[in-house]
Design a protein around this ligand. Structure first.
Ligand code: HEM
Length: 342
């Protein structure tokens, strides 16, 4: 589910990229030598190759069918007739659909920002089809989502794969899934615990042992986890009361923010875990709590010191700020992580 984030604009898939992908033993064995003999053969057999790549679970998960579709659309410049004819021959299994694949890549914050700032509703099928070109262009040159974790190459290539398949709205499996969970992961900073990059396990262990979190600061670790879209939306809906990029505001509101990040039920209760339908993975939430529990005033930057540490006895006192945050943490710690494949 999680895919690495790449830096810089994504270039078109070239014939060389495709050739080396098709040369891999796991790919080669799916096709005849004739089908892959040269660029013209690959072009002529493109639908069979696309179907083969997408029907292989491992290769599809590695993004190979999406990559191939990006090459077909960006480089082969099919005319409308060729495109339509291809679409009639593409297998319907494992198809890329708006509801199942494309919509979940647009977070609620993306949708809210683009709707209020540019009048483009990314959660509306028709609007996304109509604006396919500019949307693909913006995510491909990684200027969008603005101020947020950029899409990986695999995610970007899903857009041309969706177009290649004829902009399907929903597959039978996705039909009832009207409240789609987004799977765009927030940024996670470099932070080491005993020399090891922080992760879900070592953070939990350190929190359970009530360890100190040296060098954990708002400027370097906490602020970057809040994407600009998330910051703008919260700023607006709280009429400027909560600014997730402002140290004073986040420090003052940290008990409330941790409460919102750890809310148990995402869909059914009236209250919603933040960010709505795109909850953070556990490691981000643990890191936020680790920072928040440093003291009345947690560390802002590398030169900050903690003068007003919480009293460790307050951990078990739910009337205190530390006790409240601890109880949210303990409750949340035992919930399954929705970001894990299960
Ligand atoms: C994957 C998510 C997003 C996509 C696909 C996207 C797509 C686009 C597109 C196609 C445009 C050009 C439309 C036009 O000029 O009318 C645009 C412009 C813009 N978007 Fe987004 N957007 C995304 C997320 C965001 C977020 C999260 C923010 C705010 C934090 C944002 C703020 C803006 C602004 C201010 C502009 C106008 C300036 C510009 O064109 O660069 N967008 N976006």
């Amino acid at each position: 589910m999680a895919t690495p984030k790449e830096e810089g604009p994504k270039s078109n898939e070239t014939w060389n990229d495709i050739k080396s992908m098709l040369d891999e033993p796991d790919v080669k064995k799916l096709f005849t030598t004739q089908q892959l003999s040269d660029q013209d053969a690959v072009k002529n057999n493109r639908v069979a190759i696309y179907n083969g790549l997408k029907n292989d679970d491992d290769l599809r998960k590695k993004g190979y069918s999406y990559k191939f579709a990006a090459w077909v659309l960006d480089e082969l410049k099919l005319n409308d007739e060729e495109l339509k004819s291809d679409q009639t021959k593409i297998d319907s299994n494992h198809g890329v659909t708006y509801l199942g694949d494309i919509k979940p890549m647009f977070t609620d914050c993306d949708q809210w920002n683009m709707k209020t700032k540019r009048g483009l509703d990314l959660h509306d099928y028709t609007a996304v089809v109509k604006n396919y070109g500019p949307i693909y262009g913006k995510v491909k040159n990684r200027s969008m989502p603005m101020g947020g974790p950029k899409w990986s190459d695999i995610q970007i290539n899903m857009l041309p794969a969706w177009k290649y398949e004829g902009y399907k709205d929903s597959s039978p499996q996705a039909k009832n899934n009207t409240d789609v969970m987004s799977y765009m992961e927030p940024y996670f900073p470099e932070y080491k615990i005993d020399g090891v990059q922080a992760n879900e396990n070592n953070l939990k262990e350190a929190l359970d042992q009530n360890k100190n979190f040296d060098g954990l600061t708002f400027d370097f670790h906490i602020k970057p986890m809040f994407a600009l879209g998330h910051r703008d939306k919260m700023f607006d809906v709280t009429s400027g009361h909560i600014d997730l990029h402002d140290f004073v505001s986040v420090n003052e509101e940290k008990v409330n923010i941790l409460f919102k990040l750890t809310l148990p039920n995402i869909m059914k209760s009236g209250k919603k875990r933040m960010p709505q339908r795109n909850p953070w993975p556990k490691k981000n939430i643990y890191l936020f709590y680790a920072w928040a529990k440093q003291g009345e005033t947690s560390k802002k930057g590398v030169t900050s010191t903690i003068k007003d540490e919480y009293n460790p006895n307050d951990l078990e006192n739910p009337k205190t700020d530390l006790g409240k945050m601890h109880s949210y943490y303990v409750y949340y710690r035992d919930l399954p992580d929705i970001h894990k494949d299960s």
